[in-house]
Design a protein around this ligand. Structure first.
Ligand code: CU
Length: 141
């Protein structure tokens, strides 16, 4: 009887644990450096998403800005200064973390609906980080 109960609990745990894990908020690792953004996944389930952002650069501050847009990641509208135009109707600013210093980490928690997105760095000091390749597209399904 005891053994059967134990087996029952083990079976229950095996069934319940994967379901709980699947329902938890999505986690995305975002490695940023000069001038690169690398996400560990580019297809993310809709809902709450935690971006664990770490600036692996040793030289420069960077930022992590999320836009919802259907444009190709390297063809976003620019301002006269050469950064991405956050006011453009072709992009929707979702959220951002600014001033991420070299070697530091920060989490950004957002709720995302299905669609196409671009994560980028929009810093404009001397070099335009976006134009130097600091962008990464991802899809939310
Ligand atoms: Cu940057």
């Amino acid at each position: 009887m005891k053994t059967r109960k134990m087996i029952g609990l083990v079976v229950l745990a095996l069934l319940v644990v994967p379901v709980l894990a699947a329902c938890g908020p999505a986690k995305v690792d975002a490695a940023i450096s000069t001038y690169k953004i690398v996400l560990d996944k580019t297809s993310i389930p809709a809902g709450e998403v935690t971006f664990h952002i770490h600036n692996d650069a040793t030289d420069l501050n960077h930022e992590f800005v999320i836009f919802k847009t259907d444009l190709p990641e390297d063809q976003l509208p620019l301002t006269a200064e050469g950064i991405v135009d956050e006011e453009s109707p072709d992009v929707t600013l979702i959220d951002e973390k600014e001033d991420i210093t070299p070697g530091s980490s920060v989490d950004l928690v957002v709720t995302l609906e299905a669609g196409n997105y671009v994560a980028l760095c929009n810093i404009d000091s001397k070099e335009m980080h976006y134009q130097h390749g600091m962008h990464q597209a991802f899809t939310v399904k």
